[in-house]
Design a protein around this ligand. Structure first.
Ligand code: SAH
Ligand code: SF4
Ligand code: F3S
Length: 439
């Protein structure tokens, strides 16, 4: 039996794609999973190029894989995802032993391309954008866990000045409404309790149904909530501009919608937001989250920040810290600006030193950690609904799961609870997790 080894970098959409690649090879070509790259006939690297560091990870991994190929010349190496779409033939120029380069929209073609390579050892580069067609080629989902991801749209039309995604993932395109609902119905049959809807700009979803009528994200969430066994619905990642009134109202109407929202803001300075081409001011962002907090009191918010964008002054940075406090964020993914190919921001003058950027990032992270700690402490004594996802690493007879605001909770319980939703009283807030006891 042939074996596949997949290494995934980047966002949850890449994770979703990788799970589909695995299913495709299992079902179309009878592959099984290799536990190590050395045991594989095919190694797939699903890459990310959002920051330079993410891209560099690919090439350092390829160096190691080259050594495996020297020992096993029959090994096929495929590089895909966002670096694939961005670098195309340049990947093979830099790493001649790579056999296949593919983009995020071509993964359904992989089994056929693999067979072609096995027949005639040619190099293949396939990074075209055949629209949304890949989804209709995926086998039915197969999961063993109670939380599942479903990509509902791909690409982005925003063209923020720093971001590579519109170039690697293409323009926004939504999966048909019924297609998405069918996949979720199959997941529900496999005892999935939580659905996380994915897209680079997921709240721009606009999918047609069988009668050619269009439905937005709020419609979709409403429809999913009707499935009795589905307990929790999440979506990532949203853009503030596409965050509609209707979606805010959904938080009032649909209790199954998790009390947590990830809404990237990037900066608190209007001057920087403009240079980033985000299309909103800090005040407009805050207005949206105020409305949201009214619709769903107690909702937890997380965000993304870019620190050290070209020309960011101390004053700009202080505005970011101010916004971080005002919005009462619970968590953030924050990174130093990384210049990316093809993007507008490449032409901006960047005079802030890396030492200064690191200092700012440190301050920002310290502040967010402080806020998160306060929120964790406030949760002590509260009751939380937890989907039990597995045994805890913290000790025997402990199981764990996450709260709606994404905190890991460990508590006593038998393994029979895995896959079920339980109510837990939070008893203690530790630095990276919570302790609880089942009600
Ligand atoms: N579509 C989402 C985010 C997608 S990329 C949004 O707009 O909100 C995920 C995050 O990576 C971004 O929110 C941003 O904070 C970060 N990012 C993107 N490009 C970057 C760059 N060139 N340098 C540093 N961080 C970047
Ligand atoms: Fe990138 Fe901006 Fe699109 Fe997000 S909205 S994926 S940051 S271009
Ligand atoms: Fe990375 Fe592409 Fe996702 S750049 S973050 S893998 S969309």
């Amino acid at each position: 039996m042939q074996k596949i080894f997949i290494k995934t970098f980047g966002c949850q959409m890449n994770e979703y794609d990788s799970s589909k690649i695995k299913l495709l090879f299992e079902q179309k070509l009878g592959f099984s999973t290799a536990l190590t790259p050395e045991a594989a006939d095919l190694i797939v690297i699903n890459t990310c190029s959002v920051r330079n560091k993410a891209e560099e990870k690919l090439f350092s991994l390829l160096g190691k894989i080259h050594k495996i190929k020297i020992k096993n010349p029959e090994l096929v190496i495929a590089v895909g995802g966002c670096v694939g779409a961005q670098e195309k033939e340049k990947i093979i120029k830099r790493a001649f032993y790579v056999d296949l380069v593919f983009g995020p929209q071509n993964i359904h073609q992989l089994p056929a391309l693999y067979k072609k390579i096995k027949k005639k050892r040619d190099k293949i580069i396939n990074v075209s954008y055949p629209g949304i067609e890949k989804f209709s080629h995926f086998p039915p989902p197969k999961v063993k866990v109670p939380e599942a991801f479903v990509t509902i749209m791909e690409g982005c039309n925003h063209f923020c000045s720093y971001c590579v995604v519109p170039f690697t993932r293409g323009r926004e395109i939504s999966r048909p409404y019924q297609d998405v609902l069918n996949e979720i119905a199959l997941l529900a049959q496999q005892k999935v309790l939580e659905i996380n809807l994915l897209g680079q700009n997921v709240n721009a979803y606009f999918g047609v149904d069988n009668e050619a009528k269009k439905h937005d994200l709020a419609d979709l969430i409403k429809e999913i909530a009707k499935i009795e066994t589905i307990q929790r619905i999440r979506f990532t990642t949203s853009h503030p501009l596409n965050f509609s009134r209707k979606l805010i109202s959904a938080y009032q109407e649909i209790p199954k919608l998790a009390s947590h929202l990830h809404l990237p803001v990037q900066s608190g300075s209007d001057r920087i937001l403009k240079l980033m081409r985000r299309g909103y001011t800090a005040a407009q962002y805050l207005e949206k989250i105020e409305a949201l907090k009214k619709a769903r009191p107690g909702i937890s918010l997380s965000t993304d920040f870019i620190v050290g964008f070209p020309g960011e002054t101390e004053e700009d940075f202080q505005k970011t810290i101010e916004l971080l406090r005002t919005a009462e964020f619970d968590h953030s993914f924050s990174f130093i600006y990384s210049p990316r190919p093809n993007t507008k921001a490449l032409t901006l003058e960047d005079s802030v030193s890396i030492t200064e950027k690191k200092r700012r990032l440190g301050i920002l992270q310290k502040q967010i950690n402080l806020q998160a700690e306060v929120i964790s402490q406030k949760m002590v004594g509260s009751q939380q609904k937890i989907i039990v996802t597995g045994s805890s690493k913290k000790g025997e007879n402990l199981v764990s799961g996450r709260t709606e605001n994404n905190r890991v909770v460990n508590f006593s319980g038998s393994k029979d609870l895995i896959g079920k939703m339980v109510t837990v009283t939070i008893t203690e807030a530790l630095p990276n997790s919570l302790r609880g006891s089942i009600v």
